[in-house]
Ligand binder design. Structure first.
Ligand code: FES
Ligand SMILES: [Fe+2]
Length: 375
């Protein structure tokens, strides 16, 4: 099927009203051509979350990330600014780094061209014979980089409007959590052999709680009372109230200023296309996706807690409980996501009708379709 036909089928399956809507056709999840179009029109054009500021705490701190196939060095400069530099040497394309760590400068392993933390070329041995060669013309390319709520976002093509303008209502809501001051208390890494949207769909609906998470979620957070905010921009918000509107127990101490409502529910967000995070009264769980193909991505789950919230008895044991509970929930979700990926390959798979509890899937798919159609 050609792309125009597939997009037309998508439009038909995903009309404006949720009550009349299905999911996108399976081809949107399985086609290499759709993936290529997503790279061009979604991943390169929009802000994508690549990490948390706690990973670059000091000048010289850096880590590597591949965004839509673009090798990046995320680095805090001597001036304190976090930058997204190309990790590709300007000499003959060797990757400058493969790891994370702290450096005073970046020296290429191949022929030792050396770059300052802001990307300027400051050393290039034995280049005297190259006519017209000037170090100032060989800085590492730098990509648009914005920090929002402590999460580091990169926009590869530099055309996206400032993220904070697009998500202003969320900024206001999340300010009391002080996510930019949070620390990483645990991290889980998975290679996931299914389309990235299968996880986005799974993360943004709680309809499956009674079936997939009968003990881990449903007993305290019943699927039936969850709801989704009306769309207010390129993001979605799923609200998950605690049973009976009771205050939920927390592992850590919520910061003063966290509203009472947030202690009787938790919220789950997607800043489009794929920055997924859950906000609990005392912690944030951030899912970072490194999307590689239409059928594979690397998932890193970050457990973030404010240092002042860690002032509790047996903090280390509580971190361990938090990590194991998050791992258990994700293992339950993997069963669903892997099953869906196999089902998507079936010749008989077609768009399935959505429940009223799946409004965030509908919102995301409407947004995605319009972005894929935008030449
Ligand atoms: S490729 Fe980097 S110095 Fe030669
Ligand atoms: Fe789940």
């Amino acid at each position: 099927m050609n792309m125009q036909d597939l997009l037309a089928r998508g439009r038909k399956a995903v009309p404006p009203r949720l009550a009349a809507a299905s999911s996108l056709p399976p081809g949107f999840y399985t086609s290499k051509d759709v993936h290529a179009l997503e790279v061009e029109r979604v991943f390169r054009r929009h802000w994508q979350a690549v990490g948390h500021v706690s990973e670059v705490p000091e000048p010289g701190s850096y880590f590597r990330f591949d965004l839509a196939g673009e090798p990046l060095l995320i680095v805090r400069g001597a001036d304190g600014t976090v930058r997204a530099l190309s990790a590709v040497c300007r000499h003959r394309w060797m990757l400058l780094k493969e790891d994370a760590g702290k450096a005073a400068s970046f020296s290429c392993p191949y022929h030792k061209w050396t770059y300052a933390l802001d990307g300027k070329l400051i050393g290039a041995p034995l280049m005297e014979g190259a006519e017209g060669f000037a170090k100032e013309n060989c800085a590492l390319p730098s990509f648009a980089c914005e920090i929002w709520n402590g999460l580091i976002f990169v926009n590869l093509d530099g055309t996206a409007p400032p993220l904070r303008e697009q998500v202003a209502p969320l900024s206001l809501e999340l300010a009391p959590w002080r996510m930019e001051e949070m620390e990483l208390v645990g991290r889980l890494d998975f290679g996931q052999a299914y389309n990235w949207k299968v996880l986005v769909d799974n993360f943004m609906e709680a309809y499956h709680h009674f079936a997939i998470h009968p003990e881990t979620f449903e007993t305290h957070y019943p699927a039936a009372i969850t709801y989704v905010d009306d769309a207010q921009g390129p993001f979605a918000a799923l609200r998950i109230p605690h049973k009976g509107n009771e205050q939920a127990e927390t592992l850590f101490t919520p910061l003063p200023g966290i509203p009472d409502k947030a202690r009787r529910s938790f919220s789950v967000f997607n800043v489009y296309p794929s920055c997924l995070f859950a906000v609990l009264a005392d912690a944030v769980i951030f899912y970072r996706l490194k999307i590689e193909t239409e059928a594979f991505f690397q998932l890193s789950i970050y457990l973030l807690v404010h240092p002042r919230s860690l002032d509790v008895e047996e903090a280390e044991a509580r971190k361990e409980i938090f990590l194991e509970a998050t791992r258990a929930v994700h293992h339950e979700d993997i069963i669903a996501c892997e099953g869906v990926q196999k089902g998507l390959a079936s010749g008989s798979a077609s768009p399935g009708r959505l429940s009223h509890l799946e409004a965030a899937i509908h919102q995301h798919q409407r947004w995605l379709l319009s972005e894929l159609e935008r030449a």
